[in-house]
Design a protein around this ligand. Structure first.
Ligand SMILES: Cc1cc2nc3c(=O)[nH]c(=O)nc-3n(C[C@H](O)[C@H](O)[C@H](O)COP(=O)(O)OP(=O)(O)OC[C@H]3O[C@@H](n4cnc5c(N)ncnc54)[C@H](O)[C@@H]3O)c2cc1C
Length: 387
């Protein structure tokens, strides 16, 4: 279809990827964002090759390579620091045809904002409702103003208002049972080797570092906790010291080096797979459609895939917008549902939901064939729209 006008709600990864793709297709695109200043939630993100392939297709290959870390190996270690599994990631890259890139979220957001046109994003516009008729779809904003187009795309994240419309009621995310701390530190050999993604596991917790551009590590640590906790006295460093007492020296070094003021402390959740991702002229993309626990590193990558598939059907079919959105839903629904549930299962294993299973997993890591590890990652990557 041609001459379409799209209204996108939310300027996160999903909204920006969809916006860039649709603009490149020649559509008129308006992105509306509720905040007055965008601030990424979280410090870093690993974009696996399926997400990177979408960025390559959007013409951002050089830019993403410029801000990405060189992650050539992956190591699991126990809490004492002994290596359990050591995986060379180069054969994975050769199999799937593209290197993954861990990146700082601020860098990624800036790259995507620049590609769309930063001043074109309409800031401070909170969508409160959406509606549609036979010819158009409309977003209504808090200030009473409206935006009407041929299609409205809900890229408004885990607490999506657009999803509330589609689902016929508010869906509250499910708490996954653990707290995640994440941030960035300058890379140094007393933390980890510069091209390795290292993951320390033990006692149903984990502590991990991966290289991102500009000689930094993105770190993330996790521990099961009841919902609603905060760092005692607001002191994150002490909380981490206590949580990871007795863990290997690099983990202690990390806790000493991190800037507690810059650490994000998040309670992690997800949503159950949705029965529908579209209705009429309104579609969901990204976390609004399939917020997931981050244990497969696929949430953002799926947002990229959504953008590519949605735009492809709008461009390559010409029956109607509604028909194109149905095709998008048919291609995406099962894939994203499976990944949400797979990530949930993995989260439960990592974070001690059933301690016997977690212990079994630790044992399994000692005997893991690296090819099985890369094979499992390759399967997820190659299951995406750009094989
Ligand atoms: C700790 C953690 C680690 C992760 N690690 C990875 C990883 O390694 N790899 C990976 O691929 N994924 C990862 N993810 C998942 C990834 O971060 C998300 O899937 C991705 O950010 C979703 O992007 P989004 O654009 O859909 O949502 P968001 O980033 O939440 O963006 C939504 C935007 O919509 C705006 N908005 C919300 N409501 C409204 C409204 N009513 N009106 C207007 N605007 C609105 C928000 O302000 C926001 O800017 C991780 C997630 C977490 C929490």
């Amino acid at each position: 279809m041609y001459d379409l006008k799209a209204i996108v709600i939310g300027a996160g990864m999903a909204g920006l990827a969809a916006g860039i793709a649709m603009r490149q297709a020649g559509y008129e695109v308006e992105i509306y964002e509720k905040t007055s200043k965008l601030r990424p939630a979280g410090a870093g993100i690993s974009l696996w090759s399926n997400g990177i392939k979408v960025l390559n297709k959007l013409g951002l290959g050089k830019e993403i390579a410029g801000i990405g870390g060189q992650m050539n190996r992956m190591e699991y270690r126990n809490l004492e620091g002994e290596v359990l599994t050591d995986v060379n990631l180069i054969p994975l890259m050769e199999q799937v045809g593209q290197r993954p890139y861990p990146v700082s979220r601020t860098d990624l957001q800036q790259m995507m904002l620049s590609a769309f046109g930063e001043s074109d994003v309409k800031m401070g516009m909170r969508c409160v409702e959406v509606k549609q008729d036979a010819d158009s779809a409309t977003a209504i904003f808090e200030d009473g103003s409206t935006a009407t187009g041929d299609v409205v795309i809900g890229a408004d994240g885990v607490h999506s208002v657009v999803r509330t419309y589609l689902a016929g009621g508010k869906i509250t995310p499910r708490y996954a049972g653990y707290v995640n701390w994440n941030g960035l530190v300058e890379a140094s050999p007393d933390l980890a080797e510069s091209d390795v993604w290292v993951i320390y596991v033990g006692d149903g917790k984990r502590a991990s570092m991966m290289p991102v551009g500009n000689n930094r590590f993105y770190f993330f640590m996790g521990c099961p906790k009841p919902q609603g906790t905060t760092a005692p006295n607001g002191d994150i460093r002490s909380e981490l010291k206590e949580t990871f007492a007795g863990w290997a020296q690099p983990v202690q070094n990390l806790i000493e080096k991190l800037d507690p003021e810059q650490v994000n402390r998040l309670e992690i959740g997800d949503i159950d797979p949705l029965p529908n991702l579209v209705e009429g002229r309104i579609a969901l993309v990204g976390d609004s459609a399939h917020a997931t626990t981050p244990t497969l590193g696929q949430g953002g990558c799926q947002a990229m895939e959504d953008a590519e598939v949605l735009c492809r059907y709008l461009v390559t079919t010409n029956i109607s917008v509604e028909d194109a959105l149905k095709r998008y839903e048919a291609e995406r629904k099962e894939r994203v549902a499976k990944l949400v549930l797979k990530a949930r299962k993995r989260t439960d294993t990592i974070y001690n939901k059933e301690p016997d299973l977690t212990q079994q997993w630790y044992e399994q890591l000692k005997q893991e064939d690296p090819q099985d590890v890369t094979g499992a990652i390759a399967k997820i990557i190659l299951g995406g729209p750009l094989h």
